[in-house]
Design a protein. Sequence first.
Length: 340
Amino acid sequence: MNTLLSSGLPGTLQSSNPELELSIVVPIYNEVESLPHLVNTIANTLVGQYRYEIICVDDGSRDGSVELLKDMAQSRSDLRAVLLRRNYGQTAAMAAGFRYAKGRVIITLDGDLQNDPVDIPRLLAKLDEGYDLVSGWRKERQDAALTRLLPSKIANWVIGRVTGVQLHDYGCSLKAYRSELVADMNLYGELHRFLPALAFIEGARIAELPVLHHARRFGHSKYGLGRTFRVLMDLLTIYFMKTFLTRPMHVFGLFGLASTALGTVLGLYLTFLKFGLGQSIGDRPLLILTGVLILAGVQLFSFGLLAELSIRTYHESQGRPIYRVREVVESGVAESNESD
Ligand code: UDP
Ligand code: MG
């Protein structure tokens, strides 16, 4: 059909099922009214064009979504239901979906019909231009202005500045990923909105595409203003990972040394005042500053060393190399490769 979907991308997911092109991953939390429409629209858009599977991950719904999902998954071959034991949150639900997805390309979207499956072929076309991740941009977003759009605008701006990935809309669930990219990323907290940033850390090529967005037809949003706080905390984590992930000592060591050096210079100055000029230095705030600078410097330095140790454990325990290979080229044969 197109080069991306027919090319031999490697990875465990593909070898387990060489047939499957697309996995559509949808987190579901109390969306019983939307479910039938959702699955039908996705299927109608894709059937006959792609080999696809729909993976609905139930995130501990209590409104009958579970029973409906079970029924639907038993009666249709293109739907798999992954039922979580309790409500873990959207990110965990998506991570579970990724775990079961077998397609070479993974598409995520919301289960409330706010994203439109009609956009999927356009996302795929964009991915095929040579990107690893294509993120939807809800250009005309249909949500409450004050509680949703404004915080999201601010959050998008901050996230862009902090992560260095320039997107208009990080919160849009409608995204397309190459499966090997997803396999490289670990999800925690509310991190799903930072997938582009995580992907960027993993060296991915990222594009953005305006997509449709509809107002919620059934049920109600699971989020309010409280999410802004959690997103900001996760942003700190991302910033930390981006800055320190491979060489924490470069950062902590630098500040540690600078602090110790400044403290030492001040200490020498005070020593000169005391023994050279015979002045009393016992009541000088500078003396306290000197002590704090030297102590803080030593602490930062040791923290950097400890961080180096744990980062090694982090990479080695998971067999995660500190680099990502996009491709290995040998005697005219180009082969995409993951890492080793
Ligand atoms: N969701 C989930 N677990 C949760 C909260 C939400 O799986 O704890 C799902 C929800 O069913 C929907 C998607 O995540 O499919 C987005 O949620 P929602 O529409 O409430 O977010 P909004 O569009 O208002 O940002
Ligand atoms: Mg929604």
